[in-house]
Design a protein around this ligand. Structure first.
Ligand code: 4AD
Ligand code: MG
Length: 484
């Protein structure tokens, strides 16, 4: 057996009393031919390995370079130096993998996030990305824990689909047909997808919701957690072409039940990270504070990262209708001074992220849930509210807006009435025949139901304070970029 190692995180929690241990990891730094800072990714803290002078020849010591991998056995003793609790006095050092320090792209100094994005295959070895991805892991785990405790069934919805769940047409095509002009054609010259792999036109899913609804109308409560794909040409700090989404779907829920669950869920996973990743969050808080020092005073956050997370845990999200939000925006000084790039034209307009962020960051200064949006700017499956004034039809939709991020959750109560749903689909040119299976849920024991989608990377951004979404997913896919 090769691996009888202890992880550094566990090791550093021990009381050093001369115990013998084996650690393995990568060299961060090597000082004075004597002190190796070894990191194994379990924590940002390194174990200081002490090499006894004279016990290794120079040739060997030269091979202990930044990012070389080592297996070290020794005894742990209280450290004489400042800055660490213990030293690992090496009795044996084995070099598992050499690393040419001249060629290794990361130097033991501060690199910009932009630079590290180009070295995404190695950036996990830095403190910032170590912390970000451990927090990402913890949040993913907390999500499963939350739903499992509530008796939800985790459902794996398909990645290749023939439907456009959001009806927005922002899809990546999946095909095995040739692109060299020889693909089979119909008489009118269009491509004949009957000849394609699935015998029809298919794409990568934009959302697992429609299949999720099929699950909810059998299990009651389900959730999905998987990759989703959007071919929207948005080159922003909060858009990815491939992102992960959590989509719970619940039978016997109305919009208010939906909002309650979403708020409880977000607080639960933040709390989990606060309790289990304190060290990483404190590191990230400090990193963010330093990053913000570069900004002009009025662009800096009012709260530090930890303070912000605590604030979110301890306060109710502000809930207001879309209609009230438009009124607030209209009446705002910001609007009167014409400071919005996109004008507030009035009821019916789609909110831009600057409007959402104004509400959250300037007006309410806390997370906000907006609900009851105009039907015209929302997806076909949302429940049409009864008793709306002429020309003011709303749907039971809700978006959760978070400080610094904007929209983090989008959800709704679903239209469970077959006639209303079909009418809406016709209006919006959604192919009714092809979606017979979806409509069957409304034919056979339809129930009030609701659900939402949380953008996982936006959530990770919120918790880690990372300003660019490309820095919270291992290998970001964005317009013009699919390296690694
Ligand atoms: O608001 P969206 O489009 O809603 C849906 O897909 C619904 N089917 C969800 C549901 O009700 N089950 O997307 C949900 C969330 C957004 O609020 C946002 O956080 C995230 O997904 N999101 C993105 N994240 C990163 N990059 C993108 N391009 C995103 N598009 C949406
Ligand atoms: Mg949305």
């Amino acid at each position: 057996m090769f691996n009888k190692r202890i992880k550094v995180k566990e090791l550093l929690a021990m009381e050093p009393q001369g115990q013998e241990v084996t650690v393995m990891g990568w060299v961060r730094t090597f000082r004075n031919n004597q002190f190796i800072a070894l990191n194994d990714g379990s924590t940002n803290n390194n174990i200081q390995v002490v090499v006894e002078l004279g016990s290794y020849d120079d040739e060997f010591l030269k091979r202990i370079t930044t990012s070389a991998s080592l297996k070290v056995t020794g005894t742990i003793i209280p450290s004489l130096g400042k800055g660490q609790k213990m030293d690992l006095k090496a009795t044996s050092i084995e070099i598992l993998g050499d690393s040419d320090a001249e060629k290794y792209p990361l130097q033991p100094k501060k690199h910009s996030l932009e630079f590290l994005r180009e070295k995404a295959h190695l950036r996990f070895r830095t403190n910032t990305f170590g912390s970000v991805f451990r927090v990402r892991h913890a949040l993913a785990f907390a999500i499963h824990k939350f739903f499992n405790e509530k008796g939800f069934v985790y459902m794996h919805t398909p990645i290749i689909t023939a439907s456009d769940a959001e009806g927005a047409g922002e899809m990546f095509r999946v095909t095995t047909l040739p692109l060299d002009g020889t693909a089979p054609k119909n008489e009118d010259g269009t491509i004949n997808f009957k000849e394609d792999f699935f015998g029809r036109s298919t794409n990568l899913t934009v959302s697992g919701q429609l299949e999720g609804e099929l699950g909810a109308t059998a299990f009651g409560d389900i959730y999905t957690f998987g990759p989703t794909f959007r071919a929207e040409n948005s080159n922003t700090a909060r858009h990815l072409a491939e992102f992960w989404m959590i989509e719970p779907e619940m039978a016997f829920y109305d919009l208010e039940d939906n909002m309650n669950l979403a708020e409880e869920f977000i607080k639960y996973i933040i709390k989990y990270a606060m309790e289990n990743n304190r060290e990483d969050l404190e590191f990230l808080a400090q990193r963010l504070a330093e990053e913000e020092k570069q900004l002009p005073q009025d662009k800096r956050s009012e709260m530090g990262l930890i303070e912000k997370l605590e604030f979110v845990l301890n306060n109710n999200f502000e809930r207001l209708t879309y209609t009230d939000a438009i009124q607030i925006l209209k009446d705002s000084n910001h609007n009167k001074k014409k400071k919005f790039q996109y004008e507030i034209t009035g009821w019916g307009m789609d909110l831009q992220s600057e409007h959402e962020r104004y509400l959250v960051e300037k007006h309410f200064k806390k997370p906000v849930i907006l609900y009851n949006y105009p039907a015209a700017i929302k997806a076909f499956y949302m429940r049409q509210n009864d008793g709306c004034a002429e020309g003011q039809q709303t749907v039971a939709a809700m978006d959760i807006l978070a400080p610094g991020i904007g929209e983090i959750v989008g959800g709704s109560q679903r239209e469970e009435r077959l006639d209303k749903l079909e009418a809406r689909m016709k209006e919006m040119h959604i192919p009714i025949e092809e979606m017979w299976w979806y409509l069957d849920t409304r034919r056979f024991g339809t129930v009030p139901h609701a659900g939402f989608g949380l953008g996982f990377e936006r959530m990770v951004q919120f918790v880690t304070g990372m300003t660019n979404i490309r820095d919270v997913i291992a290998f970001p896919r964005t317009p013009g970029s699919a390296e690694f």
